[in-house]
Design a protein around this ligand. Sequence first.
Ligand code: AHR
Length: 645
Amino acid sequence: MKMSILNSVSLAVLLVAGATAHAAVTITVQTDQPGAVLNRGMWGIFFEDINLGADGGLYAELVKNRSFEFPDALMGWEVLGATSGVEVRDEKPFSTVQPHYVRVQSGTGIANEGFRGIGVKAGESYDFSTQVRATAGSPALEIKLVDAAGKILASGSLKNFTAGWSLKKVTLRPNATETKAHLQVTVVGGGALDLDMVSLFPQNTWKNRPGGLRADMVQMLADLKPGFMRFPGGCIVEGHTLAQRYQWKTTIGPVAERKLIMNRWNDEFKHRPTPDYYQSFGLGFYEYFQLCEDIGASPLPILNCGMACQFNSGELVPLDQLDPYIQDALDLIEFANGPVTSAWGAKRAALGHPMPFNLKMLGVGNEQWDQQYIERYAKFHQVLKAQHPEIKLVSAAGPSPNDEHFKYAWPELRKLHADIVDEHCYANPLWFFENTHRYDNYDRNGPKVFFGEYAAQSDKVVSTNNENNLECALAEAACMTGLEHNGDVVRMASYAPLFAHVEGWQWKPDLIWTDNLRSYGTPNYYVQKLFANNPGNVTVPVKLDAGGASTFFISATRDYDSGDTILKVVNAGNSLVEASLNFTGAQNLASKARVFTLAGSLSDENSFASPKKIFPVESKLEIPGPQFEYLFPPDSLTVLRLKAN
Ligand code: AHR
């Protein structure tokens, strides 16, 4: 196992400006020669409800199956007391869209297990709410949070119910922190109650929005400063069948009216079954747009194009029946951008956002391929380009960056004058190191590229042995220098998947790991952060003379906001490399540069026990002028920022 020989302290000592001139590597950055104009927001995020990313993750609801709409209506619930005391019913429901509810007789109750338990923190406030209808007598409702051993952490009670449905709330304040709490709801005092939409939310959500998102997880996204956010996937856009596809219109408005469906990751992998995985759509399209706005990311929604997942049923909407799908896209544009006087703009305003969401891009289909896709894309393209030339369309090129589907898609999309082609790549680290020049020869006049899903796989695709280690992170970083260097063609890039719950994942590797209370970034996350926090407006030419060594990867940009020239260097070799740096044309150079270093052993990973084992270290570097020597640690990504005119 290779060990990093530098830590932040020794690094500072080694960064001796003007040190010995036996550099193995020479890097020349032509600071005064602006090159290709970059998309400053090229580094973005890909969000999908996979690995408990939304339900059980970002969406802060702590009750699983709150609406009793899972096919097994009591999945996630345990009956307290006689089983005959709890009955699932659907006559005169609270919501006709989600008609099931429970009738609970006095002396019995129901307990919810949450998503792999309920995470609560001592002293924080949790809002319990439920729709209630009294059916007999005048009972009361006792609500308790209990720990894994059954000890009471918090309790509350509700009474005075009516014969019609009404919303009742009580706040619970646990006296201890617990990751595996359960919620108990018991009817007492005689009679019976009907209950629906039984819910528990932390008050401490992102921006303290009631019924909102998990603050720690959104903060991880905000810290990335992503240029865009793609949502809601991923294969869940497609569904196993068309009936299970994602339909954005069913995800807005009152949560009880958002019809629950199975999450396609529920039973996708026999080796990682997740039978309790459903989509409540509590995190729906309005919340996605709001989240994008909160974190400064340009929204990139992806819509179903009339095709179910080609890895599953491959079900197709006939070409002459695509109109409703295309209409969904037109309506979405109006929902996001239309005036409040328009039908869908009015709905946005009614939800609390009269101002437009400034949608500029839309994806047509997720990871589709072959003629079936091209024919359907062409129909969308024709209508959307005629009615909304201001919206850039993202089109699919299949699941691989060089298979027969990919080779078929590109010429076809070129013929159609597609705007942006979404390339996907899950491959071993070597692929990423070997493909740093992939885009050097791409046609500059054709469609642009969105490197929309990528992640280095330490084992192989969909293997449960894949790890988020430094080796994979550096492979991605090396490839990203090539993406940035070709930023005139590659306009956007996003790692995938984004989130994974340590007890509820289906797919590895993932950028951010969570449990019921915490989240941590992987080495891959810090690579993304270093790139996205250090973007540029233009590339600048950079020349590398590594004397034949092939373990150095570089890109350089200039950032007009800060006036900095930014050099990103991956040293993927296992030894310290002395480099001679020359920033030609740099005037009025500041005497100190900022340096961010991510280094360690190739097998290093972060974890809850050691969340910052691999973490970027910031230091200041005294520089004598535009030419100096620098020591690049083994197995490292370094970002150098020099202020110069
Ligand atoms: O990121 C996981 C999956 O990989 C996505 O849902 C899909 O688009 C790709 O196959």
